[in-house]
Design a protein around this ligand. Structure first.
Ligand SMILES: NC(=O)c1ccc[n+]([C@@H]2O[C@H](COP(=O)([O-])OP(=O)(O)OC[C@H]3O[C@@H](n4cnc5c(N)ncnc54)[C@H](OP(=O)(O)O)[C@@H]3O)[C@@H](O)[C@H]2O)c1
Length: 309
């Protein structure tokens, strides 16, 4: 019997208990899945960083922490965690992000806002440029960024991408490291942030870096709020350096009701819904990692604690 602790907010238990049970059964694993165990009896911890489990030391026989979220910034620095931490990579999460990013890029590329605002009886044909004439930059080419980049490349956007290490994706001009950032951003008309929040990426989008973009550029952030210097963003919107920001993630969530982003005419706020871990497909990832742990095989999607993602 394998003991799996489900350590997430109680509300998500109903969404996961049956899908996890089915996924474990499909892998031929005999699992006791519960929200409560004596810590010393737990073999794996299915985890959300906002759960009440914050001290991992009592879980003396646990083999891995299997995070339900892609982002790990709220657990990766936990010094009590001495076993592998696996982040969430699953098809539903990726597909949702590809749809959200593509939709928001196309909104700005096609000028859909202007279209909606001009339905006033006057015939004013304005043709948008082709995607091949629109410079889009994807910061982050990991699981989510690369999937979004492939979709945007398939639409033929003039696409650049940036990552820490060098990556190669068909149809994407790739840049890497600190030295590649300026080239990736210079002249970009739409920039999408799909970076993890780490000490190296916090406040990445400074006033200076925003000044490298094309005048009137659009920033789309489904990554993490603290990737952006908020004051620099507001100033860039004020001067017209940026024409719009579509923000899904914020330094403080929920975004406080009196925050200037809410009422800003050049900011679109969405409440951290760009994508979500989907229980059926996420359960398959978790079951596969438990199977691997039991078979002595390497876990999938292990977080590099030094890089913090
Ligand atoms: N809004 C939402 O609903 C939502 C949902 C899910 C995830 N997210 C966010 O999306 C983020 C990305 O997820 P993912 O699964 O794509 O992560 P990932 O697979 O770990 O990819 C991260 C990417 O960022 C790059 N990167 C990391 N640090 C960097 C640095 N210092 N300089 C340049 N590039 C750097 C990585 O470079 P390498 O390729 O060289 O490693 C990689 O390409 C998550 O961390 C989370 O914050 C948001």
């Amino acid at each position: 019997m394998i003991n799996v602790l489900f350590a997430a907010k109680p509300g998500s238990w109903d969404a996961y208990r049956e899908t996890l049970a089915a996924a474990f059964a499909a892998k031929g694993l005999t699992v006791d899945l519960r929200q409560d165990f004596p810590p010393e009896e737990v073999d794996y911890i299915v985890y959300a960083p906002n759960s009440s489990v914050q001290d991992f030391r009592p879980y003396i026989r646990a083999k891995a922490v299997l995070n339900l979220w892609a982002g790990v910034e709220n657990v990766v620095h936990n010094d009590t965690l001495a076993i592998p931490l696996c982040r969430m990579v699953e098809d539903g999460l990726t597909e949702g992000m590809v749809e959200w990013v593509t939709g928001h890029v196309l909104r700005h590329h096609l000028g859909i806002d202007a279209c909606l605002a001009q339905q006033d009886g006057q015939w004013r044909p304005v043709y948008p440029p082709l995607a091949r004439e629109r410079r889009v930059t994807m910061l982050g080419l990991g699981e989510l960024g690369s999937a979004c980049a492939r979709m945007l490349a398939a639409l033929k956007f003039d696409l650049s991408g940036w990552s820490r290490t060098e990556r190669s994706i068909d149809g994407v001009k790739t840049f890497s490291g600190d030295a590649g950032l300026r080239a990736a951003l210079t002249g970009a008309e739409i920039v999408v942030l799909l970076l993890p929040l780490t000490p190296a990426t916090e406040n990445l989008m400074t006033a200076e870096r925003l000044s490298w973009l094309a005048r009137g550029a659009v920033l789309i952030n489904p990554g993490r709020g603290a990737l952006i210097d908020d004051a620099a963003l507001l100033a860039a919107l004020e001067t017209g350096r940026l024409s719009h920001a579509t923000l899904d993630v914020f330094r403080t969530e929920p975004l406080p009701p009196d925050h200037p982003f809410w009422g800003h005419p050049k900011v679109t706020v969405t409440p951290h819904v760009a994508s979500e871990t989907r229980p059926v497909t996420a359960s398959m990832t978790i079951a596969e990692n438990v199977r691997r742990g039991e078979a002595g095989e390497p876990f999938l999607h292990v977080v590099n604690r030094t890089q913090a993602y």
